[in-house]
Design a protein around this ligand. Structure first.
Ligand code: ZN
Length: 192
């Protein structure tokens, strides 16, 4: 952020009085622009024992599989956000049930909330965000083709509960970048 969203003056980065971290501060109007982690809400959607997966038609991770998930919008609850993302990404109408996983990903400043959800009917279809949508049996989840570690871990938690006949709320902190991401960044750094 370079300019103040209140008055359009140029911002400076400094630690405001009484604070302990550098912030973008407007010397003109005094506004302090905080940056905080973003919340991503997702839904592990079940229909007659099968799970709804979407093939991403958008970057990042184009072509990889995910359950519906996306950024929480202003003014909605996390459950509402998960249901909205599901409709947007797959056309499926779901009832959000209980929380399955809370996953912190501090290195990209994200918090993931993955809910369990029940599809109200069998309807789902490709959308501008998903080139393909399908219902898969749990044993057919394409583990090596999932889009993000958060999706992978959420589904693992879901599977473990299913096998144990429980419904837990699982927490996980992913504090290290996956090796693949580190390598991609290194090759960018070296100008590849
Ligand atoms: Zn300002």
């Amino acid at each position: 952020m370079k300019y103040c969203s209140e008055c359009a003056s140029e911002l400076v980065v400094e630690i405001p009085e009484g604070d302990h971290l550098p912030r973008s501060v407007c010397k003109q109007c005094g506004a302090i622009h905080y940056r905080n982690p973003r919340v991503i809400v997702g839904a592990i959607c079940e229909y007659e024992g099968r799970l709804l997966l979407c093939r991403r038609d958008i970057e990042p991770r184009h072509g990889f599989w995910t359950f519906p998930a996306g950024f929480l919008e202003m003014g909605e609850t996390t459950a509402e956000g998960a249901a909205r993302e599901t409709l947007e990404e797959s056309g499926a109408d779901v009832e959000i049930e209980d929380l399955c996983a809370i996953i912190n990903v501090p290195y990209i400043a994200q918090v993931y909330l993955s809910y369990r959800a029940r599809m109200r009917g069998p309807r789902h279809h490709p959308t501008p965000e998903s080139s393909e949508t399908c219902l898969v049996a749990p044993e057919d989840i394409p583990w090596d083709e999932l889009a993000f570690p958060t999706i992978w871990h959420s589904l693992r938690f879901w599977m473990a509960d299913r096998e144990a006949g429980t419904r837990g709320i699982h927490t996980l902190d992913i504090t290290r970048r996956p090796r693949e991401l580190r390598e991609r960044e290194r090759s960018h750094d070296s100008g590849d």
